[in-house]
Write a protein that binds this ligand. Structure first.
Ligand SMILES: *Cc1c(COP(=O)(O)O)cnc(C)c1O
Length: 421
């Protein structure tokens, strides 16, 4: 459920007509709903009530400062995967003790930054990384809390590019080697083993793979405790999927996910961390674009938008589907028309949808891509020297630009000319 609904035939973001934002900001732009963000965060938080827990928003899904502040105010921790994200989380006022540092290739500089600034725990993904972290911690005279990310070899049944829990993926250490690696970790003076980390992928649409992975984590917890490790924290990753179409697609609800965690892991008495990204922000954001031209091709019509793959790369990268809706609600009984929806970038990959049935549209009409809040703006680029897409946050009747569209001069002036030119 989200807060992008038609009222009197016009699409609103909460209480603001989307066209009003378009008139003020220009298109294309991302628009987020505070109420939806809040609702989704609380669903996760409530799903774990009664268990000692922290919901660490996986900020790589959408990392604008205003979004981070909105969630931090609700009590969210942050899951960061780079030094830049760590700096963003701190800049948004998130204290170190609520920041979890994940990622398969943390550099020593990034580790140093987190250790100096404060970190709840570092999720270690390999033996060489463990050695590097130990060295950095010792150099700073610290003992850093760690979990080790285990790869449970579970098929997440999601798109291959976002599956992370199979043995062939680059993530974590094979669960079969966990005992040996935990023993190594325990012997390192700069590290304090506090728990286990697992994350099997993104956009999971059933609970069964989570159950398989969490059962393996429960078993491993017992084994490691028997080996003498004080396993008291379980970081269960993110990955719960969202409905990208409004048809019959119904991924599990956070409450069901919480119930599964309680059932499988509750008896261990560990503190639970989860790291949802997509489900918090995905349906809390839309991308608004204007139709530039309607072009008749051979046997097909193209809807050419002013948004392109540089603004929203998910269709090109993951064959992702986004519902596209007109900002003016079509009158009842209007015959839909088939369009190939494309952007202006000089690549055939710059296609958002083929043969999409939409009400007849004309140049100047506004459309919205639904469910675009996660992995949308954060993956945007300035390819074709198209200005980085701006972001807007709505809160009730208010809206604010939370990232400005750069001017051409600003874009050009980021380049510097060597003295020999
Ligand atoms: C990407 C990622 C997440 C978030 O995944 P979602 O599918 O967006 O919920 C959580 N944890 C880690 C380690 C990740 O890499």
């Amino acid at each position: 459920m989200d807060h992008f609904l038609y009222r009197n035939g016009v699409l609103h973001a909460e209480d603001v007509p989307v066209a009003e934002i378009a008139a003020a900001v220009g298109t294309p732009f991302y628009c987020y709903s505070t109420a939806t963000l809040t609702r989704h965060f609380r669903l996760f938080d409530e799903a774990l009530t009664g268990m000692d827990h922290l919901v660490c928003y996986a900020m790589k899904a959408a990392s604008n400062q205003a979004i981070l502040k909105t969630l931090a105010r609700l009590g969210a921790g942050m899951d960061v995967v780079s030094g830049g994200e760590y700096a963003r989380a701190r800049a948004a006022g998130v204290p170190g003790e609520r920041i979890v540092f994940s990622g398969v290739g943390k550099t020593r500089d990034e580790m140093r930054m987190a250790l100096i600034g404060g970190v709840r725990q570092v999720n270690v993904e390999s033996e060489p990384e463990m050695a590097a972290l130990n060295a950095v911690a010792c150099e700073l005279g610290q003992r850093v809390p760690i979990t080790i990310r285990v790869n449970p070899d579970v098929d997440a049944k999601t798109h291959a590019k976002i599956a992370t829990g199979k043995s062939e993926n680059k993530f974590g250490i094979p669960i079969a080697r966990a005992r040996a690696v935990y023993a190594q970790a325990a012997a390192l003076p700069g590290l304090e083993v506090v728990g286990i980390d697992v994350h099997i992928g993104s956009q999971l649409t059933e609970l069964a793979p989570f159950r398989l992975a969490y059962e393996k984590v429960a078993e491993l917890t017992q084994v490691l405790r028997a080996d003498g490790h004080d396993i008291r924290r379980l970081d269960l990753g993110g990955g719960l999927g969202i409905p990208y179409t409004r048809s019959n697609e119904a991924p599990p609800l956070p409450a069901d996910y919480g119930a599964l965690i309680r059932e499988v892991l509750g008896p261990l008495g560990c503190e639970i961390e989860i790291e949802p990204g997509r489900l918090v922000v995905g349906n809390a954001g839309i991308l608004v674009a204007e139709v530039i031209y309607v072009k008749s091709g051979e046997g097909r019509d193209f809807l050419i938008l002013d948004a392109a793959m540089n603004d929203l790369i998910r269709p090109a990268m993951y064959e992702a589907h986004h519902d596209i809706v007109p900002v003016l609600e079509p009158a009842p009984g209007i015959e839909p028309h088939s369009y190939d929806v494309v952007g202006p970038v000089c690549e055939t990959g710059d296609t958002f949808a083929r043969g999409r049935m939409l009400p007849p549209l004309n140049a100047g009409d506004l459309v919205a891509f639904r469910s675009a809040g996660a992995y949308g703006a954060v993956m945007a680029s300035e390819y074709n020297t198209r200005p980085l897409v701006p972001e807007v946050l709505v809160n009730g009747r208010d809206f604010a630009v939370i990232r400005e569209r750069p001017t051409f001069d600003e874009m050009i002036n980021r380049d510097t000319i060597p003295e020999w030119l």
